[in-house]
Design a protein. Structure first.
Length: 177
């Protein structure tokens, strides 16, 4: 495991959209290899106009943070307002809109370090609640990852997708002291 102190976090900007797409492509390819196509499908983000626009919006929106090891982007975090498909917050919060890591760096604590950074951002902003949503697979693997990072599962939800199977999701919350 990489010493998390060797992972640097920097703010992202418009020039980082390609890094976000590369990270999404890496994660999608890994999910396909694992037979887990329910989460993000099989199409690379870098070839999907909707995902390209989304990455550009994230990169230019002020909420992107990149994790780097030796100058290479190995993870991305986007924070901001909750997405429209989850229950609205009942108090001020910071919402994790994206957490993705390069699968070549799996097991090195990149995702956990980015979530710790999100908690630091919430604390700096005087916000006591950090929320995230994720794919709720039958084995709850991603839910368990977030629980291992101090989050508690709160609201399950389902996103209906015309012409495709519904997408089961889980909201998780972490109190920031």
């Amino acid at each position: 495991m990489t010493d998390q102190r060797s992972i640097t976090i920097r703010p992202g900007g418009p020039d980082d959209a390609s890094s976000v797409l590369r990270l999404l492509d890496s994660a999608t390819a890994w999910l396909v290899e694992q037979g887990r196509t329910d989460q993000w499908g099989t199409t690379p983000a870098s070839t999907d106009p909707r995902r390209i626009d989304q990455a550009a919006a994230w990169a230019g929106g002020g909420g992107l943070h990149l994790a780097e090891i030796d100058g290479t982007a190995v993870g991305a975090l986007v924070v901001g307002a909750a997405t429209e498909y989850v229950p609205p917050p009942t108090e001020p919060e910071l919402y994790v809109n994206l957490l993705v890591t390069d699968r070549a760096y799996a097991g090195r604590g990149v995702g956990a370090r980015l979530l710790a950074h999100a908690a630091e951002l919430a604390r700096e902003r005087g916000v006591g609640l950090l929320r995230v949503d994720c794919f709720r697979s039958p084995d709850r693997a991603l839910v368990r990852f977030y629980e291992g990072c101090g989050f508690t599962a709160t609201d399950p939800f389902t996103v209906e997708r015309p012409g495709r199977a519904p997408w089961p999701g889980q909201v998780l919350a972490r109190r920031i002291g």
